[in-house]
Design a protein around this ligand. Structure first.
Ligand code: ZN
Length: 469
């Protein structure tokens, strides 16, 4: 009898514990996917139509969301747990979005009485629509500002180069277009740097402008953009062109045109879905605004700021390096952790700082650094970072490692033994090294004299304290 009682007691305790655990988790279980389902939609400024605004950028992950929704529903039905909070209203979602947008500290427009606006395009490049937009802009002698997604830039490298060659401005829109407000400091840093390094590899420029995906930031991700010296550009006038099923070209155009005013930044999309309506709308927008006397500027022209953090002149050479493997995924690229600084001048010409003459000598010697910095600070890129260049010769690192070319970048200053590098060269070198350090895990910055097994003494008269890193 006693035994039976104690069995009952044990059973009772087990049941009670199960119930207690259930009650506990009923209050504690969080459903990340459920939260995702309730994400706010596109930011709502006056130009938006919150009731219909379903972002195509959200549509990118529509499959994922429905999959997650299914999982959530299954979990909910098993546990019979009703959603804790009621659905957010459109007004609440709009408010949340505006709060996240405010956190970006972005620029929406400038104050001016001049009839000027800037056209911006997000989410490209896209093989079809970016190309079509580029043609329209060329016909009207207009240059736009394109906020590029790194993944897409890798897919259409020639198009990135063509946009740049046509003097459109290239801005950063992150590598993979995740919600910028949800990223950790390290994720936000990586997203920005990966995108810029792809643009840099393709064009020699590092963007100075950034547009966060969905126009939203957290305090942390915003601080990353500031630390990496990006200017955040939002818009004052956007259309729901991302809502490709619910709008028409005329609808997109009228969304923009009814709010347009001097100094405005207009936002359209050239990637992330079927943009044929946006392309058609662009023609209407341009011809209407031209008739009204508007002029189209790039965003840096409108703001009177520099479009790029670094500008390197691409001057690729055919010697002194392995076969160029361009446009590869950054994660597949060779590891780079060392920078070797050289100096050189021409022996062939009266002018020892004649770059062409020096390059002829380098060609004969099958020698090439990745970069040469001229006396006036202009940086030339001879070999892409991703390619092994023959600049370090038979060399050895202080830690004993050889084959330094494999993991290093060579930077050569145009300078002779009898001179010193110029202030402009030091400034350019600092910019370049600072950027390279932000992209690659640089552990060593050494002079050629510190690694050369051939008794090289350069970089001559190089003042290491001028390297402010
Ligand atoms: Zn976007």
């Amino acid at each position: 009898m006693k035994k039976k009682t104690s069995l009952h007691t044990i059973l009772f305790v087990v049941l009670l514990t199960t119930f207690a655990v259930f009650v506990y988790y009923n209050g504690r279980i969080t459903f990340p996917n459920y939260t995702l389902k309730k994400e706010p939609q596109e930011p709502v400024k006056k130009a938006y139509k919150p009731s219909t605004a379903v972002s195509a950028e959200i549509t990118h992950s529509a499959g994922l969301v429905s999959e997650q929704k299914k999982t959530t529903e299954t979990a909910t039905s098993i546990l019979q747990i009703p959603p804790k909070k009621p659905e957010k209203t459109q007004a609440e979602k709009a408010h949340e979005w505006l709060v996240a947008m405010e956190k970006c500290h972005g620029i929406h427009k400038i104050k001016t009485n001049e009839k000027v606006v800037a056209l911006t395009f997000d989410d490209g490049p896209n093989g079809k629509y970016t190309q079509e937009i580029l043609e329209i802009l060329k016909q009207h002698h207009i240059r736009g500002t394109f906020f590029l997604i790194g993944k897409n830039a890798l897919q259409y490298p020639k198009l990135v180069q063509e946009l740049f060659a046509e003097q459109n401005v290239l801005g950063n829109h992150t590598y993979s277009h995740n919600r910028f407000s949800k990223l950790s400091v390290s994720e936000a840093t990586e997203e920005l740097q990966k995108d810029s390094s792809i643009i840099y590899e393709l064009t020699g420029v590092v963007p100075a402008l950034f547009r966060p995906p969905y126009g939203i930031c957290s305090d942390d991700s915003r601080d990353v953009t500031k630390k990496l010296a990006y200017k955040t550009i939002l818009w004052n006038d956007i259309t729901d062109d991302y809502d490709i099923n619910k709008t028409t070209a005329e609808g997109i155009a009228s969304d923009i045109l009814k709010l347009v005013h001097p100094g405005g930044i207009l936002a359209l999309h050239d990637g992330g879905g079927d943009r044929s309506k946006s392309v058609a709308a662009l023609k209407i927008i341009i011809s209407t605004l031209e008739k009204e006397g508007y002029k189209f500027l790039t965003v840096p022209e409108l703001l009177d700021v520099s479009p790029y953090q670094i500008v390197v002149m691409d001057n690729y050479v055919s010697w002194g390096h392995q076969t160029i493997k361009k446009h590869e995924n950054p994660s597949d690229a060779r590891p780079i952790n060392t920078i070797i600084i050289h100096s050189a001048y021409s022996h062939l010409d009266n002018d020892k700082y004649d770059l062409d003459a020096l390059l002829k000598e380098h060609a004969v010697n099958n020698f090439a650094p990745h970069y040469i910095i001229e006396r006036d600070g202009i940086i030339h890129r001879l070999v892409p970072d991703s390619t092994i260049a023959y600049h370090a010769g038979k060399s050895k690192m202080p830690d004993g490692r050889t084959n330094i070319n494999d993991f290093s970048i060579g930077i050569e200053l145009l300078n002779a033994e009898t001179d010193s590098p110029t202030t402009a060269q030091y400034r350019a070198l600092n910019h370049l090294v600072s950027f390279l350090k932000s992209v690659y895990p640089i552990e060593h910055i050494l002079g050629n004299n510190q690694v050369s097994g051939e008794n090289k003494l350069d970089p001559w008269n190089f003042e290491w304290s001028n390297l402010t890193l």
